[in-house]
Design a protein around this ligand. Structure first.
Ligand code: GAP
Length: 492
């Protein structure tokens, strides 16, 4: 029976094999920041490509975008982030550790409570009335907390060299707002018609209070977001569509169905912009096996486009108030907002409206972690432990390992030729060092689906062995059939 994966096994494999390293390790490391090594960067790039392929390339109704991380500060006033994007925290009076109030565990709690991403601050406040039985996760003291207080999650930075033209900006906490800010540009420059979506993958930043579990929750991370614009009234249907499509994406890339589930948000957990929200949750191996958010799918209604119309009306006020967000309130909505600058004109119905938005929002790093955890396996083969990553071929960092059986009799030259041919099509790895069994094990651990070995028979009949990672089965394939054989098996 397959062993239950522990996070420590994954962290150790990632370090040992060059998937993921602690950031700035030579200086003692920087908490909650990670670097992707040679295998990790391939894995992450494959996760990105698989998302882009499913969400953009294979659809006729989605286009892509790549926005800057720094945006006009009014974007964050309009979106609600400058006023509402904070976590409620309490400080332990004994050890001074600050913890998110909604992450504090009860003393005698039988079950670990479910950890949400970010709850709207007023709801969290209501939930955090009584901390008398809550335990400090750092020193274990019970009920010794300060009054809860809000902690801003956006990172601030300064732009500009001169005092009179410099201003405070924010590192974006989500990629979504860049899409809303470009809605008009995309409408004006392409032939998209509602219903259609705009997709983006990119870095986001949040000064998270609780970072945990390796790359699960970090302060710098990558999101893959789709804002799908539709006619009001059709939003619930599109919500169902994307819920199903996104769940099936994970299954199609090999996540085990029993480790995935949906969790509908209760009304009091909904973000301030959402009419409905469902999380795709994965059973991550933290603690005793914990369901955690992998992706959120929200019905954002027409909230964001309406808010940005208000933001655009606030621009003069912002200039008049020394470009200081703290001195201004967002302007009211125009009475004819349905025909405002971010409205859509439906040619067929001769009608103008602000579209509704369905937003599937995934994390590239968090997905990579789920794929790593799900693919990890250990088994005993002929009395020896074999570690392997059973990656879907589309996600495997290296698709094919190429080896000469021994370093003589022309085998390295033949293997090099095969390697040089195949690397035009797939990411391949050439290895001639050490016993063949060890070379197979190294590729198993990297998740490489196929290994090719040139041996004594190759010279006689132009065949090589092709070994499959999961079953370890070996077959002989003639060298002129190798490319088509691998293409078919890898489905690439
Ligand atoms: N635009 C909506 C939005 O940002 P979210 O639930 O806050 O929604 C969406 O984030 C996804 O982004 C999460 O499901 C998760 O996969 C990823 N994510 C969010 N915060 C993260 C963090 N601190 N570290 C890693 N991934 C994160």
């Amino acid at each position: 029976m397959a062993k239950i994966t522990k996070l420590d096994d994954i962290v150790s494999l990632c370090k040992r094999r060059g998937f993921i390293f602690q950031s700035s390790e030579i200086y003692g490391g920087l908490a909650s920041c990670y670097d992707y090594g040679p295998l990790g960067v391939e894995l992450k790039s494959n996760v990105r490509s698989a998302w882009w392929k499913a969400v953009v390339q294979m659809r006729d109704d989605v286009v892509g975008l790549d926005c800057s991380i720094l945006m006009h500060p009014l974007v964050w006033k309009a979106s609600g982030h400058t006023d509402k994007f904070a976590d409620l925290i309490a400080e332990c009076k004994k050890c001074n550790t600050r913890t998110r109030v909604d992450h504090l565990e009860e003393k005698f709690a039988e079950q670990a409570q479910e950890h949400t991403e970010h709850v709207a601050i007023d709801v969290a406040m209501a939930k955090a009335q009584d901390l008398t039985n809550k335990v400090c996760p750092n020193c274990g003291s019970v009920g010794r907390f300060t009054e809860p207080m809000p902690f801003e999650l956006m990172f601030e930075t300064q732009m500009g060299a001169n005092v009179d033209d410099s201003m405070t900006l924010y590192l974006r906490p989500e990629t979504a707002q860049g899409i809303f800010a470009n809605f008009r540009n995309v409408l004006d420059t392409t032939r998209v018609k509602i219903p259609f979506g705009i997709a983006q993958i990119g870095k986001s930043f949040r000064n998270e209070v609780t970072t945990k579990a390796f790359i699960f929750r970090t302060r710098e991370f990558e999101q893959a977001e789709l804002e799908f614009f539709c006619e009001p009234g059709t939003d619930e249907e599109w919500f169902r569509h994307w819920k199903e499509a996104r769940f099936n994406w994970y299954i199609g890339l090999g996540l085990k169905k029993e480790n995935l589930r949906f969790r509908e948000h209760d009304a009091d957990e909904l973000a301030h912009y959402a009419k409905a929200c469902v999380d795709v949750e994965y059973r991550f191996p933290f603690g005793s096996g914990d369901w955690q958010e992998l992706e959120g799918i929200a019905n954002r209604t027409d909230y964001d486009l309406r808010q940005h119309q208000r933001g655009m009306r606030t621009l003069n006020k912002w200039f008049e108030n020394d470009r200081d967000l703290t001195k201004i309130e967002l302007s009211n909505e125009a009475e004819d907002y349905q025909s405002g600058p971010l409205s859509y004109f439906d040619d067929e119905k001769k009608q103008r409206y602000i579209p509704y938005v369905i937003e599937p929002s995934a994390g590239i790093d968090r997905s990579a972690l789920a794929f790593l955890v799900d693919a990890y396996d250990e088994e005993e083969v002929r009395g020896e432990k074999r570690n392997l990553l059973r990656f879907h071929p589309a996600l495997a960092p290296v698709k094919v390992g190429v080896f000469p059986l021994v370093k003589r009799e022309g085998m390295p030259e033949t293997a090099q030729n095969i390697y040089n041919d195949l690397k035009k099509y797939f990411n391949c790895f050439y290895d001639e060092k050490g016993a063949i069994g060890r070379r197979y094990r190294r590729q198993d651990e990297a998740g490489t689906p196929f290994c090719i070995t040139v041996d004594g028979q190759t010279k006689e009949d132009n065949t090589v062995t092709v070994r499959e990672r999961d079953s370890m089965e070996q077959i002989r394939v003639s060298t002129d059939q190798l490319l088509s054989h691998l293409r078919e098996k890898l489905d690439l």
